[in-house]
Design a protein around this ligand. Structure first.
Ligand SMILES: [Zn+2]
Length: 83
């Protein structure tokens, strides 16, 4: 039995940051933030890669926009072709 087959080894293999350190030129290897491919140092939670996986994603603004849009569409539909 090889030591690589140890299931505990896999359990500890957390996702690593895919970024490369500008200072050393080597892979960062820091633990990646959950839902991200990079660590906090390399942009996770930073903003420009935000999306559904963003832990602090706020959809209040967008939701409001959608409600307004749906209202407008509903009104158009209600008016129908007769008007
Ligand atoms: Zn990193």
């Amino acid at each position: 039995m090889k030591s690589d087959d140890n299931p505990m080894h896999k359990a500890h293999a957390a996702p690593r940051c895919t970024a490369t350190s500008k200072r050393t030129g080597e892979p960062c290897k820091a633990p990646a933030v959950k839902g991200w491919t990079v660590c906090r140092m390399h942009g996770a939670r930073g903003g420009h890669t935000s999306g559904r996986s963003h832990p602090a994603w706020k959809h209040g603004m967008r939701a409001q926009e959608w409600i307004e849009m749906r209202k407008a569409i509903n009104e158009l539909v209600r008016m129908g072709p007769e008007h």
